[in-house]
Design a protein around this ligand. Structure first.
Ligand code: NAG
Ligand code: NAG
Ligand code: NAG
Ligand code: NAG
Ligand code: NAG
Ligand code: NAG
Ligand code: NAG
Ligand code: NAG
Length: 518
């Protein structure tokens, strides 16, 4: 089995507890127009991070400020489209991303829409808030991802199962410490939280300031006996830095009996999961006695002879296969005279990250977008990836080096000019920009060595035809009629064998012939 199980013990040391500062990151109150400070943390309006969608205000009294506004996105014709927040980040920084959704009847129907959420080029999960909303609750999703560049995108994706306008209430990017979840290769994988539980705890969610990164630890109880005591565990010594408060409660059992836990409560799709379990023993067990037990997950040995000391211990698996319901069994080792216990646990789905479009093409498309006055609403996030969510009109190559191979923006009511950077999309074979209101010159496209088709007809382009167009060996079709082009039609185009060339009606070409000049 391809999983890794590691264990780390830590000596108790008495680090002074100081009041933690708020986690670093960007907290975005979607649909809000003003910044606000909530529980000591600064929330920003979302207008600097997204151009698509419209802000809406819920008309429900007494809801949390963060939930009172949403950004709502147009459903369109039901073909997959994504709408992206683009957030500045530190390159290679490790981020906890949390999205929060509270529908609040904003679309005028009872049940909330179901849609996708996408991080950079990876479909993170389906967002289905139906059950939570029916119980009057908001829903949140948490994931851990490393920034590959200086921007990260979080996109809302319309899919075939989306039946009304998707929305989002809040978006958080929190920087995590280097040691957190660091056995995961974040260049290849992301983590999507399934469950983070404090066993035996019955209060409200533990978060900042108890958790320095504002992770949410939910209460979890079952029929196992609960013990509560203030432990003073020095959590700063643990991998993953759990809040010390989670060690104040535990589920336990008699010394003789194995302890069974069905956790997490949800049935899991077949996948690999990151699992970390946290333990800290009582200080007051008599000298000479020991608390040693084996851990099995669905009957498979997860760790043997775990010796839980008051200093505490975390046991984790980086890629553990799970499917369906999960049973965790803690079995006292022979000779162990105190029963097993467990304080906290985390389970994440390990997501294989999608690829990304090569940077040169992304930059070129961004510049093209900036030269258009009204680019398509979904031109945000990665242009090609996830494949079913490529930008409107953009088609891309398969394989590892993902390139833009065709661009079809015909008939989109576009105005503005054609950025010269389109010539940097050197894998392009087809360009359709016809039937728009594009103005300005035709840029030099001679670097597009594979270009076969170029449609610029029915626009307001002016200037002359760049003669270098005739040098593109692969060019088979060139339509430029109904523009305001002037000058002469270059000879190398007129005489190009096999070229389907359409230059009129429209345009004001001068057809100079040497003999007509006197
Ligand atoms: C938001 O800020 C503007 C200007 O600063 C102010 O006029 C408006 O009342 C504020 N809105 C809310 C909801 O606080
Ligand atoms: C969303 O969740 C509800 C309740 O669990 C379920 O009935 C429904 O089928 C789900 N919708 C989709 C599109 O998965
Ligand atoms: C992960 O973090 C721990 C605690 O800081 C450190 O001891 C360990 O070497 C790190 N492991 C990796 C793979 O970076
Ligand atoms: C926990 O620490 C506090 C101060 O740091 C101390 O007053 C208290 O007695 C300790 N409790 C236990 C059970 O050790
Ligand atoms: C380009 O896109 C338009 C819709 O925007 C579509 O009608 C047309 O068939 C497409 N052209 C090609 C060649 O794919
Ligand atoms: C071009 O702009 C004019 C005026 O704004 C508009 O009437 C016309 O429909 C536009 N044409 C296209 C093809 O978008
Ligand atoms: C094309 O890309 C190069 C380097 O990738 C860049 O220096 C240049 O400015 C780009 N050209 C345009 C017109 O954007
Ligand atoms: C093309 O049209 C723009 C206005 O759209 C104008 O500023 C520019 O001078 C024109 N260029 C030529 C070469 O006619």
């Amino acid at each position: 089995m391809s999983f890794l199980s590691l264990l780390f013990f830590f000596s108790l040391n008495s680090t002074a507890l100081s009041q933690p500062s708020p986690p670093k990151g960007t907290l975005i109150d979607c649909g809000a127009t003003n910044a606000s400070v909530i529980e000591g943390q600064q929330w920003l309006p979302d207008t600097d991070y997204i151009s698509a969608g419209v802000p809406k205000t819920l008309t429900i009294p007494n809801i949390l400020p963060i939930l009172s506004t949403v950004r709502s996105f147009p459903l369109g014709d039901g073909t997959p489209r994504k709408f992206c927040y683009v957030v500045p980040v530190f390159r290679n920084g490790k981020y906890l991303i949390r999205t929060t959704y509270y529908y609040g009847g904003i679309n005028g129907r009872d049940s909330p829409p179901v849609f996708d959420q996408i991080v950079d080029g990876t479909i993170w999960s389906v967002v289905n808030t139906t059950d939570d909303y029916a119980r009057g609750l908001s829903s949140y999703y948490e994931g851990v991802f490393v920034a590959r560049g200086k921007m990260m995108s979080l996109c809302i994706g319309v899919n075939s199962y989306t039946d009304s306008d998707p929305f989002i209430s809040a978006l958080e990017f929190v920087i995590l410490g280097d040691s957190l979840y660091n056995s995961t290769d974040f260049t290849k994988y992301g983590l999507s939280l399934v469950s983070r539980s404090n066993f035996g705890y019955g209060g409200s969610i533990i978060k900042f300031p108890d958790d320095p990164f504002d992770r949410y630890w939910e209460p979890f109880g079952d029929s196992n006996p609960i013990i509560q005591s203030t432990r003073n565990v020095s959590a700063s010594d643990f991998w993953n830095l759990p809040p010390s408060k989670v060690f104040d409660t535990e589920l336990t059992t008699d010394q003789a009996k194995p302890m069974e836990l069905q956790w997490p409560l949800v049935s899991l799709p077949k996948s690999f999961y990151y699992i970390s379990l946290y333990f800290a023993g009582d200080r007051d067990i008599s000298v000479g006695s020991s608390r040693i037990f084996d851990i099995h997950v669905n009957g498979i040995e997860y760790y043997r002879n775990l010796n839980v000391t008051p200093a505490g211990v975390v046991v984790f698996a980086t890629r553990w296969p799970l499917s369906g319901l999960t049973k965790i069994t803690l079995t006292p080792a022979a000779g162990s005279d105190v029963g097993p216990l467990i304080n906290a646990g985390e389970v994440f789905n390990v997501l294989l990250l999608g690829g990304r479009t090569i940077t040169r093409d992304v930059i070129a498309l961004e510049r093209l977008k900036n030269s258009l006055q009204n680019p398509p609403a979904d031109w945000n996030g990665d242009p090609c990836i996830p494949r079913q969510y490529s930008w409107a009109g953009v088609k891309c190559s398969k394989g590892i080096r993902i390139r833009v191979v065709s661009l079809n923006l015909s008939n989109m009511g576009l105005s503005g000019s054609i950025s010269p950077s389109i010539a940097n999309l050197t894998a392009l074979t087809k360009i359709w920009l016809g039937n728009n209101n594009l103005t300005g010159p035709i840029p030099d496209l001679s670097s597009l060595k594979w270009l076969e088709t170029l449609h610029l007809e029915n626009n307001q382009l002016n200037g002359t035809i760049p003669p270098s167009l005739g040098d593109i060996g692969s060019l088979r079709e060139l339509f430029i009629q109904n523009n305001y082009l002037t000058g002469e039609v270059p000879n190398n185009l007129k005489r190009k064998p096999g070229l389907n060339l359409k230059i009129s009606p429209g345009n004001r070409f001068s057809f100079a012939t040497p003999s007509s000049r006197t």
